[in-house]
Design a protein around this ligand. Structure first.
Ligand code: NI
Length: 261
């Protein structure tokens, strides 16, 4: 089977994979998976993400601090946390900074989220590594930072409008990734976005173990299920599934690892 799936964003260190992580990961290539960028959410999980990347040739790591992680942090020591991430970035399989961003859905203090997100944007520019941005119900402020830093970035599991999309793509070198939500029955905005996003700016992701596409909605997600998301996007755009997979793989390669797609 030709390996055309590039999963731009997953969390394989999640405890939902504790019972069978090795089996799931080693089966991915035979199911068509070319590469996965496995994301950390704090220092410890970023370190774990690098360990998995060491073990599997097709797995890369993103190392960074997620907005939800700020609840466990002393933000006056923000620079120390960033220093830890800088060290992890030396690893040859560290493909990006992430995941980071803003989350206003959960009741998390906003000021520390802003501090740690902004520091990671600055880091991304200074070490020249792409950054993976989480935006949950924080569209205006996320856009503010994208305009301010013009990052080489990925807005993952994009949930904004088609209008915001146009704005986002005007700044820096931004990519958009779509996941299982585009297959959901009530999906309206993701479908519109799937239609509108320029094909050279689109990546595919799982956010595994979360957000499995239909017909696996509610179950544990893994990178092989990207086929269902790709199928739906092909249908929406009037393209072949193979083309959707090829373009998104090429884009992800360019964005993350400079591989030959
Ligand atoms: Ni995520």
């Amino acid at each position: 089977m030709e390996r055309l799936i590039f999963d731009a964003h997953a969390h394989y260190n999640d405890k939902k994979f504790d019972d069978d992580r090795e089996q799931v990961l080693s089966a991915l290539p035979e199911k068509g998976v070319f590469a996965v960028v496995n994301n950390g959410t704090d220092y410890e999980s970023s370190l774990e993400a690098l360990k998995l990347a060491d073990k599997y040739e097709y797995i890369y790591a993103a190392v960074g601090i997620h907005p939800e992680s700020v609840v466990n942090m002393d933000i006056t020591k923000a620079d120390k946390y960033i220093e830890q991430i800088v060290k992890l970035l030396q690893h040859k399989k560290a493909a990006a900074i992430g995941e980071t961003g803003l989350d206003y859905y959960w009741d998390i203090p906003r000021e520390p989220q802003h501090i740690i997100f902004e520091k990671q944007l600055q880091l991304s520019a200074s070490v020249n590594k792409p950054i993976i941005i989480h935006d949950r119900e924080a569209h205006a402020d996320t856009l503010y930072y994208i305009k301010k830093y013009c990052p080489n970035g990925l807005l993952h599991c994009y949930s904004g409008s088609a209008e915001m999309l146009k704005e986002v793509l005007r700044y820096g070198n931004m990519y958009i990734s779509l996941g299982g939500t585009v297959t959901f029955k009530n999906a309206r905005v993701p479908v519109e976005v799937a239609k509108e996003v320029p094909i050279n700016k689109l990546l595919l992701e799982t956010d595994a173990p979360y957000l499995a596409p239909v017909p696996y909605r509610g179950k544990r997600n893994d990178s092989s299920l990207i086929m269902y998301t790709a199928n739906r996007i092909a249908e929406i755009r009037g393209m072949t599934v193979d083309d959707v997979l090829k373009y998104t793989k090429e884009n992800a390669c360019k964005f993350y690892i400079n591989c030959n797609a």
